[in-house]
Design a protein around this ligand. Sequence first.
Ligand code: NAD
Length: 490
Amino acid sequence: MEILKNYVGGSWVDSAEKNTTDVINPASQEVLGKVPSGAATAKDVNTAVEIAEKAYKEWREVPVMTRVQPLYKLKALLEEHREEMAQTITKECGKTIGESRGELQRAIENVEVACGIPTLGQSEFSENIARGIDEFMIRQPLGVCACISPFNFPGMIPFWFLPYAIACGNTFILKPSEKVPLTMMKVFELIDQLDLPEGVVNLVHGGKETVDELLEHPKVKAISFVGSTHIAKYIYSKGAANGKRVQAQGGAKNPVIILPDADLDMSVKIIADSVYGCAGQRCLAASNIITVGDNGKVKEALYEAAKSRSTGYGLDESVEMGPVITAESKARISGLIDQGVKEGAKLLLDGRDAKISGFEKGNFIKPTILENVPLGGEVIKTEIFGPVMSLVELDTVDAALDFINSGRYGNMACIFTSSGANARKFRNQANAGNIGINIGVAAPMAPFPFSGWNESFFGDLHGQGRHAIEFFTQTKIVIERWPREWSRKF
Ligand code: NAD
């Protein structure tokens, strides 16, 4: 099987690294590709950075209206090839085909927003800030920017950054997750068809060694990272120590409150989708479900929704949930379920004995529910990243808010209620950057920043929307004096 190539300087090139890691279909265990991984990928990074820096010198001079033209074409190509890319996502990542189509839609929307940079990136000008003096602020690109992305949204997450970076006049290097590099291979086949100068957008494969070289290379000016919290912290501290601008989105443990006045049918359907969609491998997956007051009816309805969810190979259109990414991941999730029970939770529904006909070796776990999960234990605080719901019963909204606000993460918090006052209080006081009110996955649309807080984000400016434009530009203030007496008389 061919080793995946890098895309550098407008061409597909072999990696300097000969060691590889297998890309594995998590449902069938079929090997889909071989991705270079090892110390020599650092050489690949070096080559890519030199080429990207050379390209930057020309690209930053290209007028902004011209710079966005390839993005219009990219949007059209992504739409034309959406189905084959969705199939690739499902094959390498495991999620259902509907979920794969959905994430590509979000990717395309980011390209659309980035096409607005001629307006969104406009400068500010004050005439006569002092007598006869004008002052203005211009936004200039940074140079070579790099993105390191996770496995769970192989088609969407690079688009939180790539279109904005290049539309702002930077050049770009993407390092996709080594677990799911094939979707971006397809995207770069489309990028290859654009009228982009060589070296503006590059793709380098690899793992830790590749990332470390990006973090250390003095010509890399900015790093956009999405992944787990401990790696996000590492990226943020090492990148900052090396003088780079860094935005690092981390993990999560998302709470959802359901109040007695919520619409039961609607809430339960949405909460089950949030917990079990993408097999729980979403940074915005609901994880801790907190009922206020007697939770009998809610528990029963959630149990039915979980139990009836069909699990299987994501390419089967009738399937509602696919496998988790790796066998190690399955073992880790299974261990956390055991730990929950040891800590005192009751296993209301155990999905670990999942046998999927034709996919017996797949990393499947069916929907699982732990109830009465103790607040003092570890499982209630740990990101499980699998199809596991933790049910907690509390007496008041204030107790629920106290519990939520004691957590280390802050990616998302949601409430289900028909009370405007309770919803407003929650919106005001919940310690999270993305809030859902009668919404189960409060994923910001492309014009808004993806606003994680606490240990779900390290940095200042988030991905997407206006934050992306600010992240990928640096401001320059110019103060000018042109004395009237210097005017020439013609
Ligand atoms: P991960 O942290 O294992 O990997 C992410 C990237 O970091 C990959 O490209 C990987 O090659 C690289 N990497 C891994 N170990 C490294 C190391 N030691 N040094 C340098 N680089 C390293 O994350 P994952 O398992 O791919 O993704 C799942 C995690 O991402 C979850 O925690 C999830 O919550 C989080 N996530 C967060 C968001 C968000 O917006 N906050 C979005 C999606 C996923």
